[in-house]
Design a protein around this ligand. Sequence first.
Ligand code: AP5
Ligand code: MG
Ligand code: ZN
Length: 215
Amino acid sequence: MKRIVLLGPPGAGKGTQAVRISEKYNIPHISTGDIFRANVKEGTPLGKKAKEYMDQGLLVPDSLVCDLVEDRLRAEDCANGYLLDGFPRTVFQAERLDSYLMSQCMQLDAVVDIEVAPEALLPRLTGRRVCSKCGATYHMLSHPPKAEGVCDVCGGEVIQRADDSEETVMNRLKVYEAQTAPLIDYYGEDDRLLRIDGEKTPAEVFEQIIEAIGE
Ligand code: AP5
Ligand code: MG
Ligand code: ZN
């Protein structure tokens, strides 16, 4: 049983690590960013609203996020824990999560903060490519797909995320500093925060995370 939150700035490697962590502990990977992107792709009303904010690198309003996550956490596959990637992202969301957990007599087992210096984030994000079908993550320089534009895992088309243009990335980094970085203090006040050096290789980052969380 593990209930884990992954914190870290855009491009820290949350998604990259989440795939490995969720496999290791056999818990669902819940990424609010992925949920919104799926809604945008399907053209749902939620997707249409979320897109207005995502395209500008702004956070989707808390009112559109919190109920959605709570509903997801009530699903059967969350009974043995889960990995939250990209939620909470504001102090309001963190407080909502804590009060939801308290109402269920539950608590988080770990909050993992993946630390990467700001100057390393821009090249990671502008060079990122993702599979439009299965979501696998690549990087033009450090981890390109074997055949250009084709996903190694599923053969799907590898594309650039809409919010990975330099201009939007700069906004996302500002929004992170203003609205999400305060969560480091929020969780740092008790013993839940595990600080991880995110500037090692993905395999080394994963090792540190497992060591910090425990079996
Ligand atoms: P979201 O999808 O959560 O984006 P993000 O937080 O900006 O984070 P990213 O997915 O960009 O980065 P990542 O840390 O997952 O890095 P990755 O592993 O891909 O959110 C998108 C938008 O949705 C938000 O802007 C907002 O509008 C909205 N949203 C989502 N959740 C919300 C919420 N709770 N409230 C309100 N709005 C919300 O890696 C990045 C690159 O680096 C890749 O190319 C990868 O190959 C490479 N890389 C990874 N690890 C390493 C390593 N160790 N060394 C070198 N390169 C590496
Ligand atoms: Mg991600
Ligand atoms: Zn794929």
